[in-house]
Design a protein around this ligand. Sequence first.
Ligand SMILES: NC(=O)c1ccc[n+]([C@@H]2O[C@H](COP(=O)([O-])OP(=O)(O)OC[C@H]3O[C@@H](n4cnc5c(N)ncnc54)[C@H](O)[C@@H]3O)[C@@H](O)[C@H]2O)c1
Ligand SMILES: O=P(O)(O)OC[C@H](O)CO
Length: 319
Amino acid sequence: MNRHILVMGAGAWGSALALHMHRTGARVQVWARNPATRLPTGAMPRLPDWPLPSDITVSDAIPAKPDLVLVVVPVQHLASVLPLLPAGVPAILCCKGVERASQTFPLDVLVRVRPECPGAVLSGPNFAHEIAAGLPAAAVVAAPHMDQALTLAAAVSSPSFRLYASDDCTGVQLGGAAKNVIAIAAGTAMGAGLGENARAALITRGLAETGRLAAALGGQPATLAGLAGMGDLVLTCTGAASRNYQMGLALGHGAVAEDAAAALPGVAEGVTTASALLGMARAHGVNVPIIETVSDFLAKTLTLEEARSRLLDRPLKAE
Ligand SMILES: NC(=O)c1ccc[n+]([C@@H]2O[C@H](COP(=O)([O-])OP(=O)(O)OC[C@H]3O[C@@H](n4cnc5c(N)ncnc54)[C@H](O)[C@@H]3O)[C@@H](O)[C@H]2O)c1
Ligand SMILES: O=P(O)(O)OC[C@H](O)CO
């Protein structure tokens, strides 16, 4: 069947997902707020030259009844884009983070802005340029009910991009949000020359605090051992292409946060998510020392040396 897919957002991830869906044989239409100035993907330094085929239309038009919508704008802009969603069409939110103003996940934003639209999320270890190149990858589609998640995972899967289904929307969204914050910590440690041992400790203890938070928020800690948790955490904390990791590297080298963010080839969601996740954790009485340290470091209430000391000088405890 020639399914009609609308991709909202024409950045790196929206473009990669448009190419992926086009390869499955779908008819793909991309919505961009300003199609004339859509960045050709080849203009991004870390991306190979992968212009969209001419039969993927890029415009500011929203079709009335596509079969599926993929929403791929940064989390802080989600609420301004969702009112454009065609009514009654399933939407998969493909962004990773926490809305700062409301301290809520993307699916909560959808329920607030468009409660009548059925929603799901897609998250996992996926660099856009690798998906665009058709390299093998896997991710998770989570929806409130497993049958919805299975249907949507099947709608997006291909022989090179394997989608697993989950009904743990909280765990999947938390994994995608937290890994960006931990990756800033990992990059900072590497940039400051603290070494591979320090990075491995940050990844492991970052996963531990994310698991605690998942349990408190009503998610399943086991989800954090999967693709949307450990899988994405490892990729983002070790893959040089990660913008969150690059942000950390620059901070570790001594850059000012605003300059480091401006030099990135796209959005680093961890920058805005750090304080929002910390707010969520505090509201639920959960101790998240790495997320707290990244948030305070980004807010410039801690120096790098103070951040290092704060993490290492805490009382010893059982693992
Ligand atoms: N790039 C990746 O490898 C990757 C992979 C998985 C998930 N993600 C997630 O996908 C989301 C988008 O990331 P990206 O890599 O595409 O970012 P990007 O910086 O490459 O592009 C963001 C796009 O959003 C558009 N945008 C910004 N504000 C908007 C608004 N108010 N209305 C409409 N469009 C707006 C920008 O014009 C741009 O085209 C993020 O949450 C990111 O964490 C990215
Ligand atoms: O470049 P980043 O840090 O936004 O990471 C991209 C993807 O989320 C990796 O899964």
